[in-house]
Design a binder for this molecule. Sequence first.
Ligand code: ATP
Length: 300
Amino acid sequence: MGDVSPQVADTGTAGVPVVEFDDVTVCYPGKGTVRPAVVNINLTVSKGRFVCVVGPSGCGKSTLLHVCSGLLKVTDGAFRYQGKEWSKLHPGIGYVTQRETLLPWKTVLGNIALPLKINGMPRAERRDRATDMAGSVGLGDWLNAYPRELSGGMRQRVQLARTLVTEPALLLMDEPFGALDAVLRVRMQEFLKSRIEGTDLTTIFVTHDLSEALTLGDEVVAMAGAPGSIDQIDQLEDLPRKVSAVELRQVPAYAVHEARLWKTIAGNLSADGVALSNSAAERDGDHTMTAAPRGGREVS
Ligand SMILES: Nc1ncnc2c1ncn2[C@@H]1O[C@H](COP(=O)(O)OP(=O)(O)OP(=O)(O)O)[C@@H](O)[C@H]1O
């Protein structure tokens, strides 16, 4: 296991808490003995912070987002959104999931305007808002195109626009760029950074890719184990924020963060890359790094 910092993590000391996990355990409903998906989660995310969550497959990253979104209730402990215990869908929360969820029979404009329509916004107003938003994600010339006519990156931008158009206070993103090629992925990271910079939008972003986490995050939460728990929080104050993803990798502190996080994650991986159960991880003892981090060889 890597450098293990205390499990209580306050991600951003000065701000107003938007999300609070207070000693949370989550079990999915099931028959017989149910194994928890995550245990002892203590995490506070303050307003305006961009928090990336990394960790091996199965350690419970998506489970944390499901709780934040109101899709899943905690089994033990408390979850608070904007200071209140919350266990249902909240209109102020935008969720971009791993799966593509555009409606194929609706145009770019129709897809982006859909949540506004559901919220009862008058037609002319939602058309204006969706048109502006499409322009701001670089799709102003594609308003009448259907999803099948767009590239993967364009479809991902429509999904992002459809979420941002509702002006969420909390943005949850689960591997949103996972299916994109390396170049497009870096472009989308830079696009997202530029959209969010200067706003007080709070973002929780799940990724397998350490380089993505280090490029986007104010801090990185590293989860490990099965059931999953938080092993480490890396504050990224020593990384410059206004440089490109490529330039960032030349900064010496970048390599320090990457190595430290990688050690935490790799120490809890089975040979096939899945989170080890906690008993197996303890049995196997301290693991050393044997391979380059996944993100380390992407676009430079
Ligand atoms: N709907 C479900 N019902 C039962 N168990 C589930 C369900 N969804 C997830 N789990 C279990 O909860 C644990 C955590 O899953 P989760 O999807 O949160 O992990 P993850 O870190 O996001 O994985 P990945 O990186 O592969 O998406 C896993 O053991 C998984 O099998």
